[in-house]
Ligand binder design. Structure first.
Ligand code: ADP
Length: 693
């Protein structure tokens, strides 16, 4: 029985495992490094133990320390997640030696699959189809080249100890062989301390299709169908899906059975993935077996309705498989897109920084977000920069794909570069929609996937007016906050709705987007109860109105109405820059200070409107009397609360339009005010310092 589980991992997978453990009533222990002191997985667990400094070697890879902590805390089992210690046979053995259940296969199975060449020998003997190739011990260059010449070019050189595409080289002709071999060996030695090589026939248009298997300690094995992970960049998966499109039932069954054969050949226990290359003619070849839960396991969960972590824990307790093969069914289609903090236009370089805005799409039965971070967290240099896995399900591939695109449009992140726009391009690519998938997809469609962004009609007619609106609404909020800080908490300056004060009747803003400046002329329009402006951009006029607010999920939003079209954006304001996100929009811009020159002379008369229906309580100054900025000038009462009206700047109250005791309607102008020249309130917006947040 597992009563207490330690998760020897971090990030989304630690959170994922904790979720199932919680559902099963199993107590959880998280582990953390310095960088993860406040991480989501630590907050989610019942208990958490500190391992050490941020580098993985000094924390998450310290197997002995983890076992020591597990013993101290009375832990029954350790779930290793993926990466870190998950495929470390020594760690699995140490767990067993200390009477702690390792939620994974026995050490011997991990060892058997640890070397690609040894694994291929085992698979060959078990009758699992292999890519034609040489995986012998004789590493003499003459022998390796003879093998390549015999199978015919192109061939693929692979490091036996390899992983993550390292130590791998394509060789297209006999002439290139020697040089490619030296390069692959050097890379392999540098990465794995070993330069043992395999030579394989290089398939030019293969798909990467993998089978999810589970085996229990009673000798039973089942497969939970396949995943297609063909869309990769430099051998790293980008979007995975299940089932594999256009997979015949016959190939599915054969591949599933071959995967069980592979697992049973090494007395496998637990969750494992057998990776195959599927050729155009339907033949498939064993590539490798991953002896852990895969990153992309959620797509299998979506199409089978099974919780794979629950299966892992059941099997780890020594119980039989939860279901037989015939009880497993496949329903609908699922995609997983890996959301990374990286810059696709700069060779996918990881991006680090603070997630100032993190607004994932709303989760439901068909949209799932597996993540280990929260808004305000850092993406650090220490770990994999994956922010989340976005998983969607649909009755058909077409429906699932639409949901994926919609959910990607709804994923808003600011503070780090992300691959979201790139994922949208992949998902909206015509060849992807037609499921023309091979491992060379990204290479083949490179130009379309990396084309420079062109400004759309929508950008001109919706995004630019929305930017102007955000600027105006944000400025208003700052003013309100500044005034309410200074005075009575019940001041009307706090009201972000109907109340307008010190408005500029006409001004020009300059919005800079991607080094291009757009002049925007803004005119405030009086409409009862609403902040409405007329903005003119490139000679075209738009009526914009709206407000900024904080959504119930803590995200800052702009509720916008642009020429009657209603939409909601999320936004971030950071280092003097605004970033605006809509379903199709992601734009960052600066605002240059409005000139406060002659054009704005009309501004010297500010408007003072009643925020709502109420009664004038007192006039605090005489008409004609000079007042200082911040000085209360009128008190009104509405809804049993008093509201003060404060001078927004030094000036003179020319006249009051109501007397004490009179009733006023919401929106009515209460007084006439003239500002002292040269003492206009700056709007606090300029390209560098829009200040207060
Ligand atoms: P690693 O362990 O380094 O990730 P794999 O053996 O799993 O290496 O291969 C990674 C990727 O390389 C596969 O998903 C596939 O895209 C490609 N690949 C591997 N072997 C071949 C082959 N023989 N022909 C064509 N592509 C291959």
């Amino acid at each position: 029985m597992i009563n207490k589980l330690l998760i020897a991992n971090r990030g989304e997978i630690a959170c994922r495992v904790i979720k199932t453990a919680n559902a099963l009533g199993i107590k959880t222990v998280a582990v953390y490094s310095d960088a993860d002191t406040h991480a989501r997985h630590v907050k989610m667990a019942d208990e958490a133990v500190y391992l050490g400094p941020s580098p993985s070697k000094e924390s998450y890879l310290r197997g002995e320390l983890i076992i020591e902590k597990a013993k101290q805390l009375g832990v029954d089992a350790i779930h290793p997640g993926y990466g870190f210690l998950s495929e470390n046979a020594g760690f699995a053995k140490q767990c067993a030696d200390n009477d702690i259940i390792f939620v994974g296969p026995p050490a011997s199975a991990i060892e058997a699959m640890g070397s690609k060449s040894a694994a291929k020998h085992i698979m060959e003997q078990a009758g699992v189809p292999l890519v034609p190739g040489y995986h012998g011990d004789d590493q003499n260059e003459v022998v390796l080249k003879a093998a390549a010449d015999e199978m015919g070019y192109p061939v693929l050189l692979k490091a036996a100890a390899g992983g993550g595409g390292k130590g791998m080289r394509q060789v297209w002709s006999e002439k290139e062989f020697s040089q490619a071999l030296s390069a692959a060996k050097r890379e392999s030695m540098a990465s794995f301390g070993d330069d043992h090589m395999l030579v394989e026939k290089y398939l030019t248009r293969p798909r990467h299709v993998e089978i999810q298997v589970f085996c229990d300690t009673h000798g039973n094995g089942v497969y939970l169908f396949e995943r297609d992970c063909s869309v990769q960049r430099r051998h790293q998966k980008i979007i995975e899906e299940a089932p594999a499109p256009n997979m015949s039932q016959d190939v599915r069954e054969k591949m599933g059975e071959a995967a069980i054969l592979a697992a049973q050949a090494i007395n496998y226990v637990g969750a494992g993935t057998v990776e195959f290359l599927l050729d155009e003619d339907g033949s498939f070849y064993f590539m490798e077996m991953n002896t852990r839960l895969q990153v992309e396991h959620p797509v299998t969960e979506m199409i089978t309705g099974e919780d794979l972590v629950q299966w892992q824990l059941t099997i780890a307790e020594g119980k039989p498989l939860p279901k037989q093969q015939t009880e497993l069914t496949l329903k609908g289609h699922a995609f997983e897109a890996r959301i990374y903090a990286e810059d696709p236009n700069n060779e996918f370089l990881p991006s680090t920084g603070t997630l100032h805005l993190l607004k994932p799409p709303v989760e439901s039965d068909v949209v799932r977000v597996d993540t280990g971070v929260e808004q305000g967290d850092d993406v650090s240099v220490f770990y994999d920069p994956m922010v989340a896995k976005l998983v969607v399900w649909g009755e058909t591939r077409e429906v699932a794909l639409k949901r994926l695109l919609h959910a990607l449009g709804d994923y808003h992140i600011e503070g780090v570069s992300t691959n979201i726009a790139f994922l949208k391009r992949v998902a909206s690519n015509a060849a992807f929609a037609k499921a023309e998938l091979t491992t060379t997809f990204v290479e083949k469609h490179h130009d379309a996937l990396f084309a420079p962004v062109e400004q759309s009609e929508q950008f001109t007619h919706l995004t630019l007016p929305a930017m102007a609106l955000l600027t105006l609404a944000y400025r208003q909020r700052i003013k309100n906050a500044a005034h309410s800080n200074r005075s009575n908490p019940l001041s009307v300056w706090r009201n972000t709705g109907a109340w307008r004060a010190n408005s500029h009747h006409c001004e020009t803003l300059s919005l800079t987007v991607d080094d291009t400046s757009h002049d925007v002329t803004v005119k405030h329009v009086e409409t009862a109860g609403n902040m409405t402006w007329q903005v003119t951009i490139d000679g075209r006029c738009y009526n914009v109105c709206g407000e900024i607010a904080v959504s119930d999920r803590g995200v800052q939003v702009l509720n916008a109405v642009i020429d009657g079209y209603k939409t909601v954006y999320s936004y971030a304001h950071n280092d003097g820059q605004f970033t605006l996100f809509g379903n199709e929009t992601h734009a960052t811009f600066n605002v240059v200070a409005p000139s406060l020159g002659e054009d704005n002379s009309a501004d010297h008369d500010a408007n003072f409107n009643a925020p709502m229906n109420g009664t004038i309580v007192a006039l605090l100054v005489e008409p004609g009397q000079p007042v200082e900025k911040g000085q209360p000038i009128l008190i009104m009462e509405a809804m049993k609360m008093e509201h003060s009206i404060i001078a927004p700047q030094s000036g003179t109250v020319e006249s009051f339009f109501y007397q004490a005791g009179e009733l006023v309607d919401g929106g009515a102008t209460l007084l006439e005010f003239s500002a002292t020249p040269n003492d206009l309130d700056s709007d606090g917006i300029n390209s560098r310092n829009s200040g207060e947040e």
